[in-house]
Ligand binder design. Structure first.
Ligand code: SAM
Ligand code: ZN
Length: 365
């Protein structure tokens, strides 16, 4: 048995319990996030709790006052109960599958945390049964190979979407995950407000607020569509709607475009929340976490980005500095870096202007 301190929690775990110390960063961000949003009465559920670390930290470090811990594994639950007691947390433990729990539970929660192994896909539909208007639902996916298109058919099976497998795959994966939550939420007449979305290391995680009402659901569904990607010049084009016309040719270089979706094409974060987390009042985040959140905060809201090495490759010229291209483009267009690619930029400029800027930077070098 090992004992580990993280935030205000002290937890023990043995061979039987999943615990990844590297996920501290994401747990820190989750704590900071919960301190930046309205969580109503603070009734929270840690739906795949393992050691209970999330629920325990939410109790000790956020406004969450009443925590339900669920895990399907008996041995894991025994350890979790000890951790809950040792940290003096007010909460209950349900040692059963989350799906069974949600189908027999007649309570609603303010905060729902889904952090399973691999894909969250088989949890989302049932999770919505214990949600109400205003519920914050946080969903982790570690099946990033699936969401990033290494296994295209697997993504269709789990998320009913076609993914990309190129430099845009992390952003596309997040948008597919959001669309999946929305797909399930909309049938219960919930709309979604995407407050924060992160793709980093081996995970993707979305933080979504649910809003009850058929009108809200319709509004959200209007943000779903496809992206067409050009494998030749690396331009892309997004189209709202579930029945877009036949796959198109690239307007710039006339090559056939690759289509991915359906996926969420709306915003990926709420700036009030990212600012709040970035201010880091509780000194919660380490340098890495702070940098990540600040990066997400400062990004343009436009879907997708251009990766400069892909463009220099297309132009058959040697590499140029992304910052120089940003400075050049910034003279005329809105432009920002992106958390999805350190050599990437988001902009409202068209591919012809971007390529012009890249060429200018290369010439002036
Ligand atoms: C990735 S771990 C959770 C890690 C934890 N949230 C943390 O931050 O350390 C996933 C847990 O989900 C549990 N689990 C798997 N299937 C489940 C199900 N259908 N219902 C509830 N728990 C489940 C596993 O036993 C495992 O302990
Ligand atoms: Zn093209």
């Amino acid at each position: 048995m090992q004992t580990f301190k993280e935030g205000k929690a002290s937890i023990s775990f043995g061979q039987e319990t999943f615990f990844n110390p590297k996920m501290k960063q994401l747990r820190d961000i989750s704590v900071s996030f919960l301190n930046s949003v309205d969580i109503g009465e603070g009734k929270a559920i840690d739906a795949t709790a393992a050691s209970g670390i999330r629920g325990i930290r939410y109790y000790l470090e956020t406004g969450c006052k009443d925590i339900t811990f669920v895990d399907i594994d008996r041995e894991v639950c025994a350890i979790m109960k000890k951790n809950i007691k040792a940290n003096k947390v007010r909460g209950t433990v349900a040692c059963q599958s989350f799906q069974d729990f949600a189908n027999t539970c007649n309570e609603k929660f303010d905060v729902v945390d889904l952090d399973p192994f691999g894909t969250p896909s088989p949890f989302v539909y049932d999770a919505l049964k214990i949600c109400k208007s205003g519920t914050i639902i946080m969903v982790t996916a570690t099946d990033t190979a699936v969401l990033c298109g290494a296994q295209k058919l697997a993504c269709s099976k789990m998320y009913a979407s076609v993914p990309l497998h190129n430099e845009l795959c992390h952003e596309a994966g997040l948008r597919i995950l959001i669309n999946y939550v929305l797909r399930n939420a909309a049938q219960y007449d919930f709309g979604i407000d995407v407050l924060l979305s992160i793709a980093d290391m081996h995970y993707m995680r979305v933080f979504i607020k649910l809003d009850r009402g058929a009108k809200k659901a319709f509004e959200s569904v209007r943000n779903v569509g496809f992206v067409d990607y050009c494998n030749s010049c690396h331009d892309f084009k997004t189209t709202i709607g579930l029945a877009p016309e036949e796959s198109r040719k690239c307007e710039y270089c006339s090559a056939d475009m690759e289509r991915a979706g359906p996926m969420w094409l709306g915003k990926l974060r709420d700036k009030r929340i990212t600012r709040d987390i970035a201010n880091d009042k509780g000194r919660m985040l380490d340098d890495y976490g702070l940098k990540l959140i600040r990066q997400i905060d400062s990004e343009l809201e436009t879907p997708f980005f251009y990766s400069i090495p892909m463009l220099t490759k297309y132009l058959k010229i040697s590499s140029v500095s992304t910052n120089d291209v940003i400075a050049e483009l910034g003279k005329k267009f809105a432009v920002s870096q992106t958390s999805f690619d350190k050599f990437g930029l988001k902009t409202d400029a068209r591919i012809s202007d971007i390529l012009k800027a890249v060429k200018k930077v290369a010439k002036d070098r």
